[in-house]
Design a protein around this ligand. Structure first.
Ligand code: FES
Length: 104
């Protein structure tokens, strides 16, 4: 597993989402009520950056056609989106947020 430090915890307040690119992988880092989650940033429906959409509770809403994913798991919430996002492990340590690439 390849852990990479992406931001300070304090720089991404609850309810916000940010796009990060690690080793060419586009990731949406979400703060859901103080817990951090990382999923693919590119929608599985067509090409759109989910971090430019809205994070409402744990629902990440695509800006293009309004498809919704569970930011905690990457699960497609039905309707227009049927394919889940990949999920990446996140840990917070000493105020820094880390994302794991690869298995684990
Ligand atoms: S591109 Fe995301 S819902 Fe269509």
């Amino acid at each position: 597993v390849n852990w990479q430090r992406v931001t300070r915890e304090a720089d991404l307040p609850p309810g916000s989402v940010r796009r990060v690119v690690l080793d060419g992988i586009e990731i949406a880092l979400c703060n859901v009520g103080g817990e951090f989650y990382a999923v693919d940033d590119v929608c599985t429906h067509a090409y759109a950056s989910l971090s430019e959409g809205a994070l409402i509770g744990h629902e990440l809403e695509c800006p293009l056609h309004g498809g919704c994913f569970d930011a905690r798991t990457g699960a497609a919430q039905g309707g227009i989106v049927t394919e889940d996002l990949r999920r990446f492990a996140v840990r917070v340590e000493g105020g820094d947020v880390w994302i794991a690439l690869g298995d684990g």
